[in-house]
Design a protein around this ligand. Structure first.
Ligand code: P5A
Length: 463
């Protein structure tokens, strides 16, 4: 992509309304624009990051055996009366009427709608287990929307729902989600800790939240520092192996880790003092097991092996997709701007032409651009007639992990400069070597993306 043909409305001034760093940088880097309180337009750069996160979520969820679909944002209130949540949900739910006077609501979550789909189509235990999920906009009329996309009123959520015959099966679905979520956060370049939590209006007793540690987080968290050393790494995961999946969950949930809602000072005091940590965290996901809370009142039953009608055991599982964009920036930035992890960066590398209009520089940049594209990478080529300082400042602000700088002096010696955004280190090398190095850096991400769940077709052709 050539910057001269792109739309990147970068702001010079720090917007006064933004009190945390991710909000400031998202506005300044031209990623979002507030449309009204707690509601945002996703400008091209922000949209790219959102799509990258979505893609990783789709891949990892389908690896765990979960099936993607899409439900509407507007729902009939009748379903919510059946579950008993219509009145219980309170003023956070945006309610409206159509021209016939029928009551509708903008979905804050979708347990009722998916249970209605299930009861219409699934009748037998033979069709279980089943986990359906979507990535769809939600609306919650938060009393204090703030921190940009971190606490929006409209926000993008991955929401999944499992249907199982027994509690034991449903707890395996819960565990599968925990492992799949840990995998997703790792691929996003985040360290997220599962913490025992409170279930709120979704219901149920078993629930974990996933928190990314950050000073600007809205939740106070208490944990054993042992948990921060855990990582799934590249291990192969068999999601059908109940024992192995449960063992991973045990490993991650045994060290003490709780939010202020469930914090138990006595248990906390038993951790050796040097490992006790109190800090703040951003909630980037939550999983629930709530048994038959929705299936019973809504009549979502199947026939079991003995021919009896039994309500299914359910859980639901959410990831704050739009919030994650802010959370990643909170966890990865410096005083000059964002530092994207390679897994979600909007463009893989920036190309900076120090002398636009100089035939040798223009030709070298065009060649590097073409070579990166041919390798399946997405470069952003700053081909504007701008000072070098302004070009570097833009690249630093938007946070691309790698930058290739092309100037007349270097070209005379046959070299360009490859710079790492995170460390600031630069190295001179031949243009083809810089391209090869960038390819190598992204190879593991490519490989991860190549194992497509939809045989032989790239993700973009079916989403
Ligand atoms: C699980 C999926 C649910 O709604 N029902 C379907 C369950 N869970 S939740 O914890 O309430 O929300 C899931 C995740 O959504 C993000 N989130 C938000 N993001 C931005 N702005 C908001 N106002 C907001 N509210 C919730 C969080 O990441 C949460 O973990």
């Amino acid at each position: 992509m050539r910057l001269s043909r792109y739309f990147l409305p970068v702001l010079k001034e720090t917007p006064a309304e933004a009190s945390i760093v991710s909000h400031r940088y998202m506005l300044r880097a031209g990623m979002i624009r507030q449309a009204s309180a707690g509601i945002y337009t996703w400008l091209p750069l922000g949209f790219r990051v959102l799509r990258k996160i979505e893609r990783i979520i789709h891949q990892e969820q389908q690896r765990a055996g979960h099936v993607p679909m899409l439900m509407p944002t507007l729902q009939s209130s009748d379903l919510w009366r059946e579950s008993g949540r219509y009145d219980a949900y309170g003023p956070e739910m945006l309610r409206m009427q159509d021209r016939q006077g029928r009551e509708l609501l903008y979905t804050p979550t979708a347990e009722e709608l998916i249970t209605d789909v299930f009861r219409a189509h699934v009748k037998s235990y033979r069709d279980l287990p089943l986990t359906l999920y979507q990535i769809q906009w939600k609306f919650r009329d938060e009393i204090r929307p703030r921190f940009g996309v971190m606490r929006g009123r409209e926000f993008y959520m991955k929401d999944g729902y499992n249907f199982d015959l027994t509690k034991e099966d449903a707890l395996h679905a819960y565990n599968r989600h925990m492992v799949s979520y840990l995998r997703i956060y790792e691929r996003l370049g985040l360290r997220a800790i599962p913490m025992r939590a409170d279930s709120g209006p979704i219901g149920g007793d078993d629930t974990h939240e996933f928190l990314v540690l950050a000073e600007t987080g809205e939740s106070e968290v208490f944990y054993d520092s042992a948990v921060t050393g855990l990582s799934l790494g590249a291990q192969r995961i068999d999601y059908d192996d109940r024992g192995a999946i449960a063992a991973i969950c045990r490993e991650w949930t045994t060290p003490y880790a709780r939010t202020d809602e469930t914090h138990d000072p006595e248990l906390f005091a038993r951790i050796p003092e040097e490992r006790r940590r109190v800090s703040r965290g951003i909630e980037v996901g939550q999983i629930f097991y709530f048994g038959t809370k929705y299936s019973e009142p809504m009549g979502a039953t199947v026939t079991d092996e003995a021919g009896n009608q039994v309500p299914v055991h359910m859980g639901s599982h959410g990831i704050g997709v739009s919030r994650l964009v802010g959370a990643i920036i909170e966890a990865s930035h410096d005083e000059r701007g964002i530092v994207w992890p390679e897994g979600v960066t909007p463009f893989h590398a920036g190309i900076v032409n120090l002398r636009q209009g100089d035939p040798a520089c223009d030709a070298a940049c065009a060649e590097i651009h073409a070579a990166l594209c041919a390798a399946g990478l997405e470069p952003l080529y700053d081909d504007r007639e701008e000072r070098a300082g302004a070009k570097f400042a833009t690249m630093d602000l938007i946070g691309l992990p790698w930058r290739i700088t092309v100037g007349p002096r270097g070209l005379k010696n046959g070299v360009v400069e490859l710079t790492c955004r995170r460390t600031g280190e630069s190295e001179e090398m031949r243009a083809e070597d810089a391209v090869a190095r960038v390819r190598e850096i992204y190879a593991p991400h490519h490989e991860a993306g190549l194992v497509e769940p939809m045989a032989g077709r790239s993700f973009h052709t079916w989403l």
